[in-house]
Structure formats: C-alpha cells, structure tokens
Design a binder for this molecule. Structure first.
Ligand SMILES: *[C@@H]1O[C@H](CO)[C@@H](O)[C@H](O)[C@H]1NC(C)=O
Ligand SMILES: *[C@@H]1O[C@H](CO)[C@@H](O)[C@H](O)[C@H]1NC(C)=O
Length: 362
C-alpha cells in the first residue's frame, strides 16, 4: 500500500513553462515575431470553478503570465504600466472557463464603459482568419459579407463592466437570446463576430440582414481585490470600492464547448484539439477614457489554446490536494493491519494448544 502511494507521488507531473511572445513593429509595417508557439492549457478540471468573478477557486490552475502591449503598435516601452496579467483556462467536458487577471488600481465610473477596464477574448473561426486585423478580410463595410469574407471569421467576447455589478452574472440571458442575437442589455458582455475591425457585428446581425437563430453563448463576472463585501453587491453600492486601491481585476468567463451556431460566428471547441485565441484589455489610463482601438494585447499573434483530452495537471493537483488526508489515512490503516497481523501471529504461536481440525471433518 505504501509502495502504491510512492508510485502516485512519482507520477506527480511537472508543468511545462510557457514562454512569452516577443514582438515589435518596424517601419510602420505590421510585424510580429512570436518566437515559439505559446500554448495555454485548458485542462479537464471539472467541478472546481464557480462563475462568480472571484479567483480563489483557480489557485491550483497554472496560468500564462504576460505583459500587455498596445495591440496596434506593440512596443515594450508603451506596455500597460499597471502591472502584469495572467490568463488561465480549463474545461469540464461541457464548457470551457477562462480567468483573466490584471494588476491595476481600482477605477470605476458607473454607466461609462470606457472609463472602466474592459476585456475581450478573440478566437479564430475561419481557417484563414488572422489575428492581425481581427480576421484580416480585405473588404470594407460596404462590401464585406459572409461570402466576400468567407474564411476570415473570428469570434469575439467583449465585456465592458460599466453597468455590470461585480460578482453578478452577465452575458447570454433569456431576453436577448429570445431576440436571437449576441447582445446583453444588462451587463454588456456581448457575443460578437468580425471579418476585420470595420466589419464587426453582434452575433445574428449582419450587413446583409439579420438571422435570429443566433445566441449570446457567453457568461461572465468580474471582481477586484479591493472589494470587502462578503454578500452580493447591488447597483447602489457603486463604485463598490474607493478609487486608486491597489489590487487585481478579475474577469471570469464561460462558454459551452459547442454552440448551436449555424452562421460560422462562434468558435467550436473540440476536446483534444487546439484552438487559436487572443486576449485584449482596455484601461482608462490616468483617468482618460479609452477608445476602441486603444487596447492592450497579450500577444501579437494567435496563442494556442489546448482543450486537453486528459489532464496531467489533474493528476498533479488531485495528488497534491488530497495527499495529506489520503496518505495519513492509508498509513493508519497499514499500521493497524500490520499490528493486527503481528498480534494474530503472536497469539497463534503462543497458544500452542489450538487444535488442528482437518477440513474434511467440518
Ligand atoms: C483559405 O485560403 C486558401 C488559400 O488562399 C484557400 O485555398 C482556401 O479556400 C481558403 N479557405 C476558405 C475557407 O476560404
Ligand atoms: C437587424 O437588427 C438590428 C438591431 O436590432 C436593426 O437595427 C437592423 O435594422 C436590422 N436589420 C435588418 C436588415 O433587419
């Protein structure tokens, strides 16, 4: 039994380190040197995450740390000054979960999205969709369509928190989904697709008409370290904390691995396969409202997202978290069993008068 546990201990795996993507721009032309493929592991970790914006349930999940550089002009000198960011992902076989953590002083202006931090995730849908120019279709708003931009579809989730109460759930809701589009009238956690930055639409809406078969398939919540409330916030508690408090912003999201999209507007995740993802962040630097293209990005090209079939991290973390209790328990059982066998052996050898009765006579 002890040997068995030693084997489990030896099976504890070590997670691979993840390199950072380096980038720069030359002569005003877009260029991105991502030296190695940066991979984010979304391991199979069912039942550990509650979608409430709070990060404590993610402690045992390895993340990718990255610097946030301006998305349109990724110079390291112009990096986000508030601190570093971390990205984590996992899946439970049904949905995929993401956590974006960004160091930053608390700032919040109720109802004014661009004076609050904001986060977006972007995924490749069409096989020819580039990270740069959000799909990279060469058409303009007058000419882009599902035909002229075929193959350039990207899927975007954008969360602007100006009307979202921390810890509360936003995104797909029965009222907007009944209308068959990717909006969210309550918290502005929207499901968007695009072919390029100028041809960007809520799911279901489009230049050549609307299709009410679409849905907002995302859910999410946000939080900041400076919040002290244990119970739920209400809208009148805004701004929820005092400005300038140090800490991290947390943005937690979930989406089913597969959706009922019939329009090539949602990424579809497959267990055991890689997807392409990008992470964007907006912040009202020095209190100035941000504008749409003034975002920071975790990379200057797609990152790989591995929706993993099994999880080496699962073995590691389960072993780590349950090791103390399980090993102590089995150690006690082994000691008790050993003592019992010594006692039985001793009493049998001591009591020489135990009569031998052949089986046939019983
Ligand atoms: C992607 O581009 C290649 C090469 O230009 C082309 O052959 C292919 O049909 C494109 N894929 C789609 C889905 O349009
Ligand atoms: C599509 O829906 C949007 C938002 O509801 C609306 O503004 C637009 O007029 C609709 N377009 C068509 C062609 O019906």
């Amino acid at each position: 039994m002890l040997r068995g546990h030693l084997l489990i201990l030896l099976l504890i795996s070590i997670s691979g380190s993840i390199g950072l993507v380096k980038s720069h721009e030359e002569n005003g032309l877009w260029s991105c040197n991502s030296h190695s493929e940066t991979r984010i592991e979304a391991n199979f970790r069912p039942g550990i995450v509650t979608l409430d914006g709070r990060p404590d349930d993610w402690t045992d999940v390895d993340g990718l740390d990255f610097a946030l550089l301006p998305a349109l002009d990724p110079h390291e000198d112009d990096a986000y000054k508030g601190g570093k960011a971390t990205f984590k992902a996992l899946h439970d076989g049904i949905a995929v979960y993401f956590l974006v953590e960004v160091e930053g002083e608390y700032v919040y202006s109720k109802g004014v999205n661009n004076k609050c931090p904001s986060v977006a995730l972007m995924f490749q849908v069409g096989e020819n969709a580039s990270y740069h120019n959000m799909g990279g279709c060469g058409e303009s708003p007058g000419t882009c369509s599902s035909k002229t931009c075929k193959g350039h579809e990207v899927d975007i989730m954008h969360f602007s928190i100006g009307s979202a109460i921390p810890g509360r759930l936003y995104g797909g809701n029965p009222i907007d989904n009944r209308d068959g589009y990717g909006g969210d009238r309550f918290g502005h956690l929207v499901d968007v697709y695009s072919w390029n930055p100028h041809c960007r639409y809520l799911d279901g809406l489009g230049p050549s008409g609307n299709d009410t078969s679409a849905q907002n398939d995302w859910r999410g919540a946000w939080w900041h370290d400076s919040f002290t409330a244990q119970t739920g916030f209400l809208e009148e508690d805004s701004p929820y904390s005092s400005a300038g408090q140090k800490g991290k912003f947390y943005f937690e999201f979930s989406r089913p691995l597969r959706t009922m999209d019939r329009l090539q507007q949602d990424v579809q995740f497959t267990i055991g396969q890689l997807s392409k993802i990008a992470v964007a962040f907006w912040y009202p630097v020095d209190g100035n409202p941000w504008h749409g293209s003034g975002h920071y990005s975790a990379s200057c090209d797609w990152l790989s997202l591995d929706v993993a079939l099994t999880s080496s991290a699962l073995t590691r973390v389960v072993s780590r978290s349950s090791w103390d209790a399980a090993s102590a328990f089995s150690l006690i059982i082994s000691v008790v069993a050993f003592c019992l066998s010594v006692f039985v052996g001793y009493s049998v050898s001591k009591n020489k008068s135990v009569p031998f009765i052949p089986m046939q006579q019983l």
